[in-house]
Design a protein around this ligand. Structure first.
Ligand code: PMV
Length: 323
């Protein structure tokens, strides 16, 4: 095989970011959009020191060459992914291991915005490299390889992003037990980008500092309770109750210092336009806000988009869940 394709999904956290780091459950869903990569062997272009990987993702203006920029975090993540794959094959080196591979493709989610972009990239790369080697990778092998890449970006991620980027669908994630699939009722989300980049590691560190790492911190407990109410709402297919839990979660995330004036304003605008609930999603400090709307409520979704776009923000709509 001289070329192969791999896909990883983006994700949105409906409830439970940050608390999940302390062992509370989080409710999250994969986005239909993500990252698609084609891996192609570059014959004759052998790396001077073993495998050479290049990555081009035009939509993120990202171009990396592990030989030219070995210190670049994306280079290090790609090398970690490849090394973990080879380790999983018991050191049985694939055809590409001493040569050069070009990864190129498309990304349909914003980078560094709380939508799991790095996990989607890592999963797509793991799948494309596995397929290029002609090896069948099960989800556990994909997660192991992609997590090696995610650790380069995020230190000690909870694993939520990689789990959803791999499996798609929706579920309840716990650090100990991993992802348990949970069908969502049909719902609409409007996603808006605050325009500010953010760092997951910095926001996780801020929460650790504000809570002194104490799982029983009242704000973390309240976040856990909001998630519990949200899970009951999902079971009862009660979207207004889910929206109320999202509003409460945003308040606690703000109290933990991970919201911004812009994210607070976006949530207020969405609620003012009639959203069932609104909150930041992901690590915060920038990135995205989400607003919950009933399925098919296109006039309401358009009103929320208009309110955000009037502030110069990028928006998009997704419909999640089934039946
Ligand atoms: O912003 P993202 O997509 O990196 O999500 C971070 C979610 C956190 O709960 C803040 C951290 C984690 O590892 O789960």
């Amino acid at each position: 095989m001289t070329s192969a394709v791999g896909v990883g999904f983006g994700k949105v956290i409906l409830l439970g970011e940050h608390a999940v780091v302390y062992g509370y459950p989080a409710l999250a869903a994969a986005l239909p959009q993500g990252v698609t990569l084609v891996a192609a062997l570059q014959p004759g272009d052998r790396g001077a020191h073993g495998l050479r990987l290049t990555l081009e993702l035009e939509s993120w203006r990202l171009a990396v060459d592990t030989a030219a920029l070995p210190e670049h975090p994306v280079s290090q993540a790609l090398c970690a992914i490849a090394a973990e794959l080879v380790k999983g094959w018991g050191g049985d080196a694939p055809s590409w291991s001493g040569g050069a591979v070009r990864l190129h493709g498309t990304a349909e989610i914003w980078p560094s915005a709380g939508l799991g972009s790095s996990a989607a990239l890592a999963v797509a790369a793991a799948r494309a490299l596995g397929a290029l080697a002609g090896r069948a990778l099960d989800d556990a092998a994909v997660r192991a390889a992609a997590s090696a890449g995610e650790r380069v970006f995020h230190g000690q991620p909870s694993g939520l992003d990689v789990a959803l980027a791999t499996s798609g669908g929706a579920g309840v994630f716990e650090r100990q037990g991993g992802l348990v699939p949970l069908p969502l009722p049909r719902l609409g989300l409007v996603i808006g980008h605050s325009g500010a980049p953010r760092s997951t590691a910095a926001m996780v560190a801020r929460v650790a500092e504000r809570t002194a790492g104490d799982r029983d911190d009242v704000r973390l407990r309240e976040l856990g309770q909001a998630t519990a109410r949200g899970l009951s709402a999902v079971a009862a297919r009660d979207l207004p109750a889910l929206g109320a839990a999202m509003d409460a979660a945003h308040g606690q995330l703000a109290a933990l210092g991970v919201s911004t004036d812009r994210l607070d304003e976006m949530c207020a605008l969405a609620r003012g336009a009639g959203a069932l609930g609104a909150k930041l999603t992901g690590a915060g400090g920038g990135g995205c806000a989400i607003a919950l709307v009933p399925p098919g409520a296109s006039a309401l979704a358009a009103a929320i988009e208009a309110a955000w776009q009037l502030r110069g923000l990028d928006t998009r709509r997704v419909e999640l869940g089934a039946g």
